[in-house]
Design a protein around this ligand. Structure first.
Ligand SMILES: [Zn+2]
Length: 373
């Protein structure tokens, strides 16, 4: 059984205790905690605010030389605690049974803590790791808002390699799906429900549109990601049983494979549904995939597997900030983090202490590794 306290466990608990549930996000205080720790290591740190209480952290090693750059990233916000009551305080960071318990322990304050502690350990041992940027975002959970802001501001540095600390249970992940969140809106005309022909039923129109949308073929199969998926998330229509609804709205979640352009897919859906359905894109992020033999990441994968053991690379269904950051940087992506993928967004979320400790060692090995020439 690992000890109940270690630098990475302590920092995870400190971050969990700061409520960054998104909405509203409120990452500023957590950003201040990690920024202070990185500044103490000599990193050059900027807290980039993008709204009241909202913040990204941009940090870079004081040893930025010429040549290839690497970037690590994670997010500071979490999903809400939810309505189901937790067995332990979701912000308590209680350590029990070899696990840290609380919202964000797996997704992904544990990963952020492991990255920061790895940098601290390297700084204490031999100085800051060279050519390393760290980007800790806000607003990831609601569609990579913080990362989008950094790209719009032009502050994302070029890099060859992007390590994303999202939950993979310390497994090397080389691909994740993209996402398209669409809102369908139909409008009609209200009428007394006893004379429905006097009105136009927006809910009926929406149901027709949703049935049509089910005929949409999402292309492809990916060896690590399987098939694309579609999930109808919400339907909102009507105000009373005896009123013909004049407006109806549905939100649909599509998870996409590499090679599917979410903007093109949106255009296809628009053609399929026709002009009677108002279509809004809420989030559109492409999938991410790195070839296992990409020279920008092969040494990184070796460095990680030397610490955590070798397993075949995997894919995950969730999206990450890499959908936006990797194309902006020109980077190849490895997702690697101590959280449990199955613990993301669930009630009674936890993260294993042993995985946190191992992730610190793995990130330290990554930072010590030479980049491809
Ligand atoms: Zn996450």
């Amino acid at each position: 059984m690992p000890p109940a306290s270690s630098p990475v466990v302590d920092l995870t608990r400190e971050l969990v205790a700061i409520d960054t549930c998104n909405p509203p996000g409120d990452e500023r205080r957590a950003a201040g905690v990690v920024a202070a720790r990185l500044e103490a290591c000599g990193f050059v740190v900027d807290i980039a605010e993008f709204g009241p209480g909202r913040a990204n952290v941009m940090a870079r090693s004081p040893r930025l030389g010429d040549g290839r750059m690497r970037c690590w990233t994670g997010h500071l916000d979490t999903v809400p605690v939810g309505d189901t009551s937790w067995r332990r305080d979701p912000l308590g960071g209680e350590v029990a049974d070899g696990r840290v318990h609380g919202r964000g322990t797996s997704d992904m304050k544990g990963g952020v803590a492991a990255m920061v502690v790895a940098i601290e350990q390297l700084c204490a041992a031999g100085g800051p790791p060279p050519n390393l940027h760290l980007i800790l975002t806000g607003g990831e959970e609601t569609g990579c808002e913080g990362a989008a802001r950094l790209i719009a501001d032009g502050t994302v540095p070029p890099a060859d390699q992007l390590i994303v600390g999202e939950p993979t249970a310390n497994r090397v992940v080389l691909a994740h799906k993209g996402v398209l969140w669409l809102e369908l809106v139909t409008t009609g005309r209200a009428a007394h429900a006893s004379r429905p022909d006097d009105g136009i039923n927006a809910a009926d129109a929406l149901m027709d549109a949703l049935v049509t949308l089910r005929t949409l073929q999402l292309p492809g199969h990916h060896p690590l990601l399987g098939e694309p998926t579609r999930s109808l998330g919400t339907i909102v229509a009507g105000t009373a049983i005896n009123v013909v609804p004049d407006r109806a709205t549905a939100r649909v979640d599509l998870r996409l494979l590499p090679g599917t352009d979410p903007d093109q897919l949106t255009r296809d859906v628009r053609v399929l549904l026709g002009p009677q359905v108002e279509l809004r894109t809420l989030t559109a992020l492409p999938a991410v995939a790195t070839e296992p033999d990409d020279p920008r990441i092969t040494a990184a994968v070796e460095a990680v597997t030397a610490v955590v053991g070798s397993q075949p690379p995997a894919g995950v269904t969730y999206f990450t900030d890499a959908s936006l950051l990797a194309p902006a940087m020109g980077a190849a992506v490895v997702v690697f983090g101590p959280g449990e993928p199955a613990q993301a967004h669930v009630t009674d979320e936890w993260c294993e202490v042993a995985r946190l400790d191992a992730a610190v060692d793995a990130y330290a090995a990554l930072a010590a590794m030479p980049l491809a020439p």
